[in-house]
Design a protein around this ligand. Sequence first.
Ligand code: PLP
Length: 374
Amino acid sequence: MSPELVIPADLLPRDGRFGSGPSRVRDAQVQAIVDSQPRILGTSHRQAPVKDLVGAVRAGLSAFYSLPDGYEVILGNGGSTSFWDAATFSLVERRAQHCAFGEFGAKFAKATASAPFLEDSDVIEAPAGDIAVPRPSEGIDVYAWPHNETSTGAMAPAVRPDGIGDALTVIDGTSAAGGLTLDVTQADVYYFAPQKSFGSDGGLWLALVSPAAIERIGRIAASDRWIPATLDLATALENSRANQTLNTPAVATLVMMAEQLRWLNENGGMAFATGRTSESARRIYQWADAAEYAETFVTRTSARSSVVATVDLLPSVDSSVLRTILRRQGVVDIDPYRKLGRNQIRVGMFPAVDPDDVSALTSSIDWIVERLRT
Ligand SMILES: *Cc1c(COP(=O)(O)O)cnc(C)c1O
């Protein structure tokens, strides 16, 4: 192979970060951290400056999602993975149904399936690259699925199924939030973390919760179920209403998140964000459909994600060689999900990613492949 290949500078993306999380951080977010010194950084999270920052994040999300009356924004420590445990304790009354069509959907299914106080979970599976949708069924009180399966690049409808009574829809928006359109009334709980479309660091979870979810959280908290304090959504709700968290949050992450929300909302909110992601998606899938050595992994067109694209490569183009050449020139993190084990690239196209950089990425790949094959 030709690891010496040097891509011409004018072909390269201006910013080479295409990770699916952590993802590209804008300069203004780093500047916001600098600007928060010394008024916010290094100060108590129980005092007004940090509480106002938490308030700004909550208000920014309410505006971005045009939250209907009665919905609230709650947050806590531990990222989306911790939220699965919190939801297992505080949202599922007896039995959950999960759609699992990749790593993340399957992980939440595993969390409820192993809870000794719940009935066996109902898991609807689909092969990687496709999607599964919820199936209304007797005795299910939580329907859970990922809006965007980050491990495979497949997106699913965020639509409340008909005929589920007072069961809750609990949707994993970790990689979708901020980059895919959402009618929030379809979700009772829409949860995510700051390190994907919001271009911040990991470690927090955030959730938009409906009145029905708030009622469920209160009812389970009042029952005799033991719930660890860090995973108790009733405690998170109470703290969030006071712009607080149970224990110390990562303040710099909140600063970056508030800045990203300001940027998104001032430029047109969800329409702006989804305009950028769908334009990036249009470009990458058009390229993959045209390139004779590449093929879009997700065959069902409506399930092709606008925030995480997965593209298979012919065996004659080794993804790891390609990625090594790109990485040397600062174009990073287009690795496929480890466990998928495919000769693939996976490209994060969150709103901070300039669609022109997606085009520059595909041009750079074409340039490399042409030389690798001669
Ligand atoms: C990244 C991701 C997670 C895990 O998020 P953490 O904050 O690292 O726990 C969960 N679900 C989806 C869909 C993701 O993309």
